[in-house]
Design a protein around this ligand. Structure first.
Ligand SMILES: [Zn+2]
Length: 314
């Protein structure tokens, strides 16, 4: 996106997650002026699952100043998605398979404002990258890759201040590039994907298999590593080696040396970043990526702000 949008415009940002959907009115400087959250329903049909979002949109647009306005709207969603086709099939929302979210949101916004909106759709990893590039750890960068390390590994690239979406909006799916061609089969059908080693639950499972009994999640695992537990340190070291190989491959492919890492697991800090940086030095060897830098993310709501950035770029 351009870094100097129209200062008087507000946009609508929607961040669709597996447990909740955030809806916000965001000013052109990134200030959130109104925000609402609705639950992501389970075990409902597709349109029943959409109903709380439609209600939330109507509610937030009833705030003063937005009626009669041709809003620009950005939607971020878990993948797979199809940006040009306007549909989503989020793995964690089974009711939505090739669900025409762009058309449905446009209809709800049109009903509330009386005007035809412009609606854009991007994958959640792409929105995180857009948000951090706009207002977070990458705001001084023109090109960067944003990554989310949590129960999965998401990513997106901003190149020359524009989102690099790919043909369908799924580019830079770093979690599912292979770093072990002889590895076991991944849930995606590939072999030896980054996510199989680096995602939080995979590291926890590997630690338990090696005899660690200190807990059930990545918070406990990273705490154990910080206090010197050898199994925890080894498992995290392995996971970060896989992520490092994926990051170096992505940097080498895109010719972009700046990365921003967010997500729940990354919040453990140096216990994650130290092994990650150490391993990156072994893989990022080409002259144009050997100074590869990974910064911690800064925003708590990068996905929502990235959806706003997407709207401003429409
Ligand atoms: Zn995979």
């Amino acid at each position: 996106m351009a870094k100097e949008p129209d200062p008087t415009e507000s946009v609508l940002a929607i961040d669709i997650g597996g447990t909740k959907i955030a809806i916000a009115v965001v000013a052109a400087d990134g200030t959130i002026t109104h925000e609402a959250r609705v639950p992501t329903l389970r075990d409902q049909d597709a349109d029943a699952t959409f109903a709380p979002l439609a209600d939330g949109i109507a509610e937030i647009i009833s705030q003063p100043g937005l009626q009669g306005t041709a809003l620009r709207v950005g939607i971020g969603s878990a993948g797979p998605i199809d940006s040009p086709g306007g549909w989503i099939s989020p793995v964690n929302i089974p009711a939505w398979r090739q669900y025409p979210i762009v058309a449905k949101v446009a209809e709800a916004v049109r009903a509330a404002t009386g005007a035809e909106p412009a609606v854009g759709l991007a994958q959640d990893g792409h929105c995180m990258a857009l948000g951090e590039h706009w207002l977070g750890a990458g705001k001084d960068l023109h090109s960067m890759v944003g990554m989310v390390l949590s129960t999965g590994v998401g990513a997106g690239a901003v190149i020359n201040d524009r989102l690099f979406g790919g043909l369908t909006g799924n580019a830079v799916l770093l979690g599912h590039i292979s770093v072990n061609a002889w590895g076991e089969e991944c849930v995606c059908g590939g072999h030896g994907c980054v996510e199989m080693y680096a995602r939080g639950p995979a590291m926890v499972q590997a630690a338990k298999a090696a005899g660690w009994t200190g807990g059930d999640d990545a918070v406990a695992l990273t705490a154990a590593a910080r206090s010197g537990n050898e199994i925890a340190r080894t498992v995290i070291d392995n996971g970060m080696r896989a992520l490092a190989a994926g990051i170096a491959a992505t940097a080498t492919l895109l010719d972009v040396p700046d990365f921003v890492l967010g997500g729940g697991v990354s919040k453990a800090g140096e216990v994650i970043f130290e092994p990650l940086r150490r391993h990156i030095a072994e893989f990022a060897t080409m002259s144009y990526v050997k100074d590869l830098r990974v910064r911690p993310a800064q925003l708590e709501n990068a996905g929502l702000l990235g959806a706003a950035a997407l709207a401003l770029s429409l």
